[in-house]
Design a protein around this ligand. Structure first.
Ligand code: FES
Length: 300
């Protein structure tokens, strides 16, 4: 019953510049959420819908956790909301859950490339692989040291390390070298692919990349050369996530035939090597321009 549902914010904290993490009451979503899925949020009655990947959930307490970067009108409004306030609506979980394969943790590793705000959507998927018994290598890439989040005692990445020990290998990099290795997520990845597609003794079984579209493209092009299966999650390109607006249309090449997929219905995860990135990325930028126009209209 919608009238009874109150999506109250129970926790809020700024995890990095312009990025806020909130924990919200949404018991029905928390009960059935699976790694890789997202929700559609209506922050206020007058706002616009925003699709957000589930960063975490807690079925027992009936809460979900979301990480929001203030980019559009709705996300900027949502970033300002405080504990005790309620979101107008949350629909979900939506999208297809991640496909999880079981690998041999002694000889194989699943490599995650998380760029910036890609880390929150990566986190539950990586955790699911760890729970399945897979070995995980996580490359957490940030712009610079001040943009770091979820690192340090009690934070999510460190909590995963504490829980899973050697089963998880985390490598940090920043574009400017102020923390971890200097470079992009593709810097260590390239090195491992060159080293016989191995991280240490383990063969790279699969790569999962989530982050800015240009980063996902760079990872995809790199792994394609080495024929390493790669998945990207295209949550960041969705607008209404209803299958209606067409914003998330992705040109995909299947057996030499071009077909269009909707990230919000057929994804958010798609096989990176089937995407026609040349056709896809310019469309993405076009929506960015519209978003900026809408923002300035609202004086944000
Ligand atoms: Fe609008 Fe998928 S986000 S159709």
């Amino acid at each position: 019953n919608k009238a009874q549902t109150k999506f109250t914010i129970v926790q809020r904290r700024e995890i990095a510049d312009n990025i806020v993490e909130i924990t919200v009451k949404a018991p029905m979503v928390a009960k059935s959420a699976k790694a890789g899925q997202f929700v559609r949020v209506l922050p206020t009655a007058k706002g616009e819908l925003i699709p957000l990947t589930l960063a975490d959930w807690d079925a027992k307490h009936g809460t979900i956790t979301l990480a929001i970067q203030g980019v559009g009108v709705s996300s900027l409004l949502m970033n300002k909301m405080q504990p005790g306030e309620s979101l107008e609506g949350i629909a979900g979980p939506l999208g297809l859950p991640s496909h999880l394969h079981k690998y041999d943790p002694k000889t194989e590793t699943v490599v995650f490339c998380a760029g910036g705000l890609g880390l929150p959507p990566v986190y539950p998927i990586a955790r699911e692989h760890l729970r399945l018994g897979n070995h995980v290598t996580l490359i957490a890439g940030y712009r610079t040291q001040s943009a770091l989040f979820w690192i340090g005692e009690g934070e999510r990445v460190d909590a995963l390390k504490a829980e899973f020990g050697d089963q998880l290998n985390v490598v940090y990099c920043t574009n400017d070298g102020t923390f971890g290795e200097k470079g992009f997520v593709t810097t260590p990845l390239q090195r491992w692919l060159d080293a016989d597609k191995k991280v240490g003794d383990r063969h790279i079984a699969e790569v999962i990349a989530i982050g800015p579209p240009l980063m996902m493209r760079a990872v995809s092009e790199l792994t394609q050369k080495y024929a390493v299966p790669t998945v990207v999650s295209l949550n960041s390109i969705m607008v209404d996530a209803t299958g209606m607006c067409g914003a998330c249309m992705v040109p995909v090449n299947i057996d030499g035939k071009m077909v269009r997929k909707h990230a919000c219905i057929d994804g958010p995860e798609l096989d990176a090597h089937t995407i026609d990135w040349d056709k896809f990325l310019p469309r993405f930028n076009q929506f960015k321009v519209q978003e900026a126009e809408s923002r300035s209209k609202h004086g944000l």
